[in-house]
Design a binder for this molecule. Structure first.
Ligand code: IVH
Length: 591
């Protein structure tokens, strides 16, 4: 699933309009304007009129299967209207939302039960959809609007507008107020109308989406790597509130980064009560020339956490004190440091500062790292407080009797925790590298490091030059990796992980060549795939002796094409007579 490029003013919308005009070489075109819903993207697949699969966006390539939960959402038809002429199989994408009324009701219930509140309807919808209990999902009354039809059997010569009207006939809810625009003035009128009127809609919207209407013209304009050239989002200006700053407190993150937080008088903002807002870093505080007692402007953009964007200095009174950034860690008292060229201050006491220790353990157990589902932040906190764990290796020493009874656990769930930890010996090396929580080493960098160095031993021994050879690794990441492996404490933890059987090497199949079926072949991978992610296909090509190349040339052996392959690539491949094969053909080839 791709995303949309954003615009924030009419000037940028005008630029988009002009780009479309140029791309279509003067041909007439129409633009469909529709609401931009602020929920969770979903992809629904229907076969013979029945909903067969619902998948979340995930990272854009791979999402979660949430079919059972989606089946409980009333506005998503389980069975399409009979005789409505729907295709045998198609996919429809849209947004799942929690209506304002359900959101407010839910937060009231949570407040009464002393449970943490959801910050906004999007988070509430997302949390709900992840629930294991479909009855609970049904109870929370989610809603859905659909905005994009795709599949081989969808009429390719029609219009987006026409397709959405068809979808409506089949039984889906589509954008409120959808309008066909011919001129920029039509678009501006739509934006101005909905900027005000959206406040009366039952669900959250954060802008409008503009799409070229003709599907033929959409194909002609094609896609960039991230988004279609035939569509754009216009984001409404974030709502702003003004309130008093009472105090600045400081949070310590897993990597020791210090985040200043503004604590303010509660104020209503975009449907929720806001009391705290991020101040990001010391530079922002200085730029704002922030004083305690100031009346500050708070905005909530697309982010969950609101931010302070300005100060009403006309309301400042004499004697108010400027905010002075702390010099010592609020959790452990260590002197803070600031790395040259970076905005954040850090607490350097990584092995003894409690939020850093707990944060690293939480990161280690998280879904994209070791994925220990039987543990969560509260359990980590509890075990840490009780002295059971103080680093990630300690997890592997936990015995059922250590935690039996902790936080009300029974033997059965204590055993589940221990088994969950033991099972991580099967987690592939790439994820182990990510799980270590090396500063600046995200999921994809960890993968690249694991594939390049193939074992913990050689990653530990890697020097600056070796690291800089890895795609996307610059001196900041390289320095961070080197200093991570310089720490005696980190080395001791890794040694213990190894003794417990955690994977310290890339598995045979992902490390080396497994077949020579593609030897000598240069392959371009383009588009969006269903059976494997694009990265997995790239790996499969390498494992079978082939070479991945970024762009098509006369030397390209073939293009492995998924959905929505870029039109310029398609044109070039056709011009050079390069074979284009789909994923099924490819998988057969390397079978
Ligand atoms: S069209 C290939 N239409 O906005 C184009 N997206 O910022 C697919 N969204 O991931 C997107 N309302 O989750 C489209 N009317 C609408 C939308 C919409 C909300 C979301 C969608 C997408 C995100 C992009």
């Amino acid at each position: 699933m791709l995303s949309l490029a954003n615009t924030y003013n009419m000037g940028e919308v005008k630029d988009f309009f002009q780009r479309v005009k140029n791309g279509l070489e003067g041909e007439e075109f129409e633009i469909v304007a529709e609401m931009k819903y602020d929920g969770l993207s979903i992809s629904l697949t229907y076969v013979d009129g029945s909903l067969v699969r619902a998948v979340t966006r995930g990272d854009g390539e791979k999402g979660d299967d949430v079919t059972a939960n989606v089946r409980t959402i009333r506005s998503i038809p389980l069975q399409l209207n009979q005789n409505a002429g729907y295709p045998h199989e198609f996919e429809i994408r849209g947004e799942i939302l929690m209506p304002w009324v359900s959101f407010e009701k839910l937060n009231k219930e949570r407040e009464a039960n002393e449970e943490p509140l959801f910050a906004n309807p999007r988070n509430a919808a997302s949390g709900t959809l992840k629930s294991q209990k479909s009855e609970l999902v049904a109870h929370r009354q989610l809603d859905a609007y659909l905005y994009y039809l795709l599949g081989d059997e969808i009429p390719q010569d029609g219009t987006h507008y026409g397709n959405l009207l068809l979808a409506q006939k089949w039984g889906f809810k589509i954008s409120q107020g959808m309008k066909l625009c011919k001129t920029l003035a039509d678009i501006e009128e739509f934006i101005n109308y909905w900027d005000v009127e959206r406040k009366n809609l039952p669900v959250a919207t954060d802008g409008i989406v503009l799409k070229v209407n003709s599907l033929r013209q959409q194909r002609h304009l094609g896609f960039t790597a991230k988004s279609p050239r035939w569509a754009i989002a216009y984001k409404f200006q974030a709502e702003r509130a003004c309130t008093r700053l009472n105090e600045v407190t400081y949070q310590v993150g897993r990597t020791g980064a210090i985040t200043p937080v503004a604590n303010m008088d509660p104020v209503q903002l975009s449907g929720t009560v806001v009391r705290r807002a991020s101040l990001h870093n010391a530079d922002i505080i200085a730029q704002l020339d922030l004083h305690i007692g100031d009346m500050v402007y708070v905005e909530k953009g697309g982010e969950i956490i609101p931010k302070v964007v300005g100060v009403d200095k006309s309301q400042r009174k004499e004697g108010m004190q400027p905010v002075v950034f702390i010099s010592k860690c609020p959790e452990c008292g260590a002197d803070l440091v600031r790395v040259e060229g970076e905005a954040a201050y850090y607490c350097p006491n990584e092995n003894h500062c409690p939020p850093q220790i707990k944060g690293r353990i939480e990161h280690f157990i998280s879904r994209k790292a070791m994925n220990i589902e039987s543990l969560g932040p509260e359990t980590v906190n509890d075990y840490y407080q009780r002295g059971i764990i103080c680093n990630i290796a300690d997890l592997y020493d936990i015995k059922v009797q250590d935690i039996d009874g902790a936080m009300g656990t029974r033997t059965k769930s204590a055993k589940k925790v221990v088994d969950g930890i033991r099972n991580t010996v099967n987690v592939p090396f790439e994820r182990v590298v990510f799980a270590l929580g090396i500063r600046f080493v995200g999921e994809s960098t960890a993968k690249l490091l694991a594939r390049r160095f193939k074992s913990m031993k050689s990653l530990m021994e890697a020097g600056m030059d070796d690291l800089l050879e890895v795609e996307g690794v610059g001196s900041v990441i390289a320095n961070s990796v080197i200093s991570f492996f310089k720490s005696e404490e980190n080395l001791a933890v890794i040694k213990r992980l190894e003794e417990h059987g955690v994977q310290m090497e890339l598995e045979e199949t992902s490390a080396g060549t497994t077949t020579t079926k593609l030897s000598g072949k240069s392959v371009v991978v383009s588009g969006v795939f269903t059976q494997h992610s694009r990265d997995e296909y790239k790996l499969l090509i390498e494992q079978n002796g082939g070479k991945n190349v970024g762009s098509i040339s006369s030397k390209t052996s073939f293009v492995l094409a998924g959905d929505n392959m870029g039109p310029s690539k398609l044109e070039k491949a056709q011009k050079l007579n390069i074979p284009i094969i789909n994923e099924a053909e490819f998988l057969k080839m390397i079978e």
